[in-house]
Design a protein around this ligand. Sequence first.
Ligand code: ATP
Length: 225
Amino acid sequence: MDISATNATGVLGGTFDPIHTGHLRLAWEAKCRLQLNFVRLVPCHLPTHRESPDTTAKHRLTMAELACIGVPGFEVDNWEINRHEPSYSVSTLLHVRDRIGPDAPLVFIMGMDAFNQFSRWHQWQTLLGVAHLWVAHRPGNRLPQPGTTEHQLLQQRQGSADQLQLRPSGHIYVHETTALDISATKLRQQIAEGITPRFLLPDAVWDYIQQHKLYGYRNEHTAND
Ligand code: ATP
């Protein structure tokens, strides 16, 4: 089968407040290993009262778009943000499935931390009928414990990269992801403290943060920032 002729698509959801190199590398490794045609980055909706005044949904969306410029196959999907209410992942994946057709592989990208809670997710069984799971395993992550639904799921559904490429949904692939110890929480703290985050996120995103004085950025950073 000519995989490049399909709509094989990955989906990475997140707050992206701000988007950083850890997110991008995670999505890139899934894209390359599974030869995905597209990866859709889906900034999630946050209730208005939870967003700080300077990081609105519009800023998070724009930063994600800036991060994807020039990255082949990366696209930002504003579907969750435009719904003005929190969406379940299963709804987002059904929306993407509608767009790519019933036969194209659809891969939901998540970390092992998230997978460990997977059986508590809304309609998780349905989700596995709509998409595969790409689970990024990093040093220090806890593997699902024997006796848990997640452990059982891995035993029953763990698939090869080939299986994920050739079938539309239903398999789980665990990938040893390059460890990048970057979190949006830490970045927000560093920016507020006057520490330059250059190279932890794309230059265009850092420029945008400075321009809009997000996350408590002040002009106290050095002239080369
Ligand atoms: P915050 O610190 O605000 O909670 P975050 O940096 O963890 O944010 P999210 O937007 O919550 O980012 O994460 C979206 C997805 O990206 C999640 O599946 C998360 O596991 C994954 N992720 C976040 N940071 C990294 C990283 N450094 N390496 C690999 N995956 C990451």
